[in-house]
Design a protein around this ligand. Structure first.
Ligand code: ZN
Length: 419
């Protein structure tokens, strides 16, 4: 079972297609987690973004080759996330070609400095959970930003580092096709957006896609600059684009529609910031801020702001922690009880382990059941099956693909542990 809206989002946004944006510019959707774009010049081709795997890139190149056999002379990375840079060797076809990126091209996913202390294993485990790696395509349904069913051979294998770094916004001639490379900090600080003034096509990278923006990724990310992201969307709206070809999901056509999706997404980000700041100013806890957030009615009804990928409540937590850090101003939280110590207190309050366990089994509030299960697990009571089945129940209705995958991934892990 799965949330019907999530199933429909996956079916409509990630159906495999090569889409002509204007004469000579094409987008590949549904072949990989991300989209890839092809600009056909007078005698050569430019590729924008290259997917997360050599297998996906091979499939896309095969489709692009049905359109043109001109040599690929240049690749442009919109940003440094792995799902955009890992199929470059396939498109280069063994040739030395120009690879263009932002001067600050860097990422939590590439070029990690192994001499620095970092929770790399946690990031790895949470990445597997978020993207449902280890689940079947049927279980997975979607990864929120891409199809649930996609090839993963050669994951991360085809990256070629950039050899031409852009120090500032500039205009390039893509063999007869003029493009403005625009600095567009948002999902990452090293974002480049591409504006084609002759055709009105805009490639915003991952600063826009048909889903609530992933202001916080649950695999674990440093703070993403909310204000910069909203400002970039407003700046991109200023181009008056006819076509918007995002780094994930299908292109948007029509000047008014493009403007509507960009400006409403900027407003959604600002709304999260305002709600969170107001709550913090009023002295509310992060739980109360996250539990009370919702989009205003005129944003909540926009299908592209559905929480298929990002989530407003997670974003509120990220904004709070990203601005003032983990302390919420309540001195209770300056001290610490370990999970086990708290669980012991809860068990005494409940009237014993059996009473707490009975409450966990009897609860119809899935979130509460999970919290009680965690207390019992902290003192060694085996309620793994109850937690796993509760996670599974949550997954069945969850609209957010990364939450759904994480629920199912953890349920599977709990059930695979030796008893
Ligand atoms: Zn991406």
């Amino acid at each position: 079972m799965a949330n019907e809206e999530l199933v429909a989002h996956n079916a409509t946004q990630f159906e495999k297609a090569i889409i002509e944006l204007c004469p000579g510019i094409y987008t590949a959707v549904g072949f990989a987690a991300s989209t890839q774009h092809m600009i056909v010049g007078a005698s050569s081709v430019t590729i924008v973004d290259t997917s997360e795997s050599t297998a996906a890139a091979t499939n896309v190149l095969r489709e692009f080759r049905k359109i043109t056999d001109k040599p690929i002379d240049r690749i442009i990375y919109t940003h440094s996330h792995r799902d955009h840079i890992s199929g470059a060797s396939v498109f280069a076809e063994g040739r030395e070609i120009e690879i263009v990126a932002h001067a600050d091209f860097s990422s939590d996913l590439v070029g990690q400095d192994e001499t620095r202390i970092a929770p790399a294993k946690a990031l790895g485990r949470r990445t597997l959970a978020q993207f449902g790696l280890g689940l079947t395509p049927q279980e997975r349904v979607s990864i929120g930003c891409g199809p649930g069913d996609r090839p993963t051979e050669g994951l991360g294998a085809g990256h070629i580092p950039p050899n031409r770094l852009i120090a500032g916004p500039c205009t390039m001639d893509l063999d007869g096709v003029e493009v403005e490379l625009v600095f567009a900090p948002g999902e990452t600080p090293d974002h480049i957006a591409l504006w084609f003034p002759q055709s009105g096509v805009l490639i915003p990278g991952d600063n826009w896609y048909h889903a609530f923006p992933n202001l916080y990724a649950i695999r674990g990310t440093p703070y993403r600059d909310f204000q910069a992201w909203a400002d970039t969307l407003t700046m991109l709206d200023g181009f008056g684009a006819q076509v918007l070809a995002p780094g994930h999901t299908r292109p948007v056509f029509g000047k008014d529609r493009v403007s509507e999706v960009l400006t409403s997404t900027a407003r959604a980000i600002l709304h999260v910031m305002q709600h969170t700041a107001d709550g913090m100013d009023a002295g509310l806890s992060l739980d109360d801020i996250a539990a009370s957030i919702s989009l205003p009615a005129d944003l909540a009804d926009k299908p592209w702001l559905g929480e298929f990928y990002g989530k407003a409540s997670w974003s509120a937590r990220a904004f709070a922690v990203g601005t003032l850090g983990w302390y919420d101003g309540n001195p209770t939280h300056l001290g610490t009880l370990s999970d086990k110590a708290r669980a012991k207190h809860m068990i005494v309050l409940a009237g014993g382990v059996e009473a707490l366990s009975a409450a966990a089994h009897a609860s119809t509030d899935h979130q509460w059941t999970l919290e009680l299960c965690d207390h019992l697990l902290a003192v060694g009571v085996d309620v793994r099956e109850l937690k796993a089945s509760t996670l599974q129940d949550l997954a069945h209705t969850e609209i957010n693909a990364t939450a759904r995958n994480s629920y199912l991934w953890e349920a599977k892990r709990l059930r695979s542990q030796p008893s």
